[in-house]
Design a protein around this ligand. Structure first.
Ligand code: OAD
Length: 241
């Protein structure tokens, strides 16, 4: 654990009636789920435009599904880590609380978090391209790729791809939560992908204290009231516990 002075951010968190949180892939790194950018990041070895766009799926649904099926397999082996669990404790304590995540891995659900806005969807859900049905499916591996809906239509992963809008109304709800928060915790995100990253300056300008937890720097490190450098699984339990 890096030697950090946590007294000021601890006080901000304990005094705040409302807290909102933005998490990214870094919070699941210590669970063994690869991040997208940085060392070992998925986008170092795979091209997003081949695998995570509607055009890629239209071109080759099986290829896209093979990649998602592989990721589902990796995530299925992972368990929530102390960072996910600390956020559950924080939720129990706060009257006003929203966890906004860019992660599709479902580890916040498995840890026991209740109020979650999944900005980029959920890898454990499928959606039919023909009838629009949307359902959970946790089978690993999926028995047939691409999977099909009961109506016979092809199903796609229930995630948001590049170039697609976020789920209906969710960004508004996230902004509402950010505006209502006295403390905005930003955990394990490179803050490169919009509109999610825009919540950080939005929360700051709405009057929240921004606390960043990340192993590295981000474009918003300087805007944060406090930036804690180190692994979320080590810092968060001390910050919240
Ligand atoms: P990234 O992979 O871009 O960034 C992960 C961040 O976590 C980096 O800033 C790392 O420094 C940090 N990090 C790594 N390990 C950490 C640890 N143990 N503790 C704390 N921080 C750690 O992931 P996101 O910011 O989530 O979107 O990426 C945003 C979006 O880009 C994803 O939701 C996905 C991706 O393309 C879509 O697929 C639409």
């Amino acid at each position: 654990m890096p030697d950090l002075d946590l007294s000021q951010p601890r006080q901000w968190i304990s005094e705040a009636e409302g807290v909102a949180i933005l998490t990214g892939a870094g919070i699941s790194a210590e669970s063994g789920v690869p991040t997208f950018r940085g060392a070992g990041g998925l986008w170092n070895n795979f091209r997003a435009e081949d695998l995570a766009t509607p055009e890629a799926f239209a071109r080759d649904p099986r290829l896209v599904w093979e990649w998602y099926d592989w990721r589902r397999g990796e995530i299925a082996k992972a368990l929530p880590n102390p960072a996910h669990k600390a956020l559950v404790q924080l939720e129990i304590r706060k009257r006003i609380f929203t966890l906004i995540t860019q992660n599709v891995d479902g580890l916040h659900d498995r840890a026991g978090s209740g109020k979650i806005l999944k900005l980029h969807g959920d890898i454990w859900r499928l959606r039919c391209l023909r009838c629009g049905a949307n359902w959970p499916d946790r089978r690993v591996p999926l028995p047939k790729l691409p999977p099909h809906c009961q109506c016979g239509g092809v199903a796609r992963p229930g995630v948001v791809w590049f170039g697609e809008p976020l789920p209906d109304g969710m960004m508004k709800e996230a902004e509402h939560a950010a505006a209502a928060a006295r403390v905005f915790l930003v955990i394990g995100t490179s803050a490169n992908v919009y509109p999610a990253a825009g919540l950080i300056p939005f929360a700051r300008h709405s009057g929240a204290r921004v606390i960043e937890i990340n192993t590295g720097e981000t474009p918003y490190t300087n805007l944060a009231d406090c930036s804690l450098r180190g692994p979320a699984g080590e810092i968060l339990p001390q910050l919240i516990g």
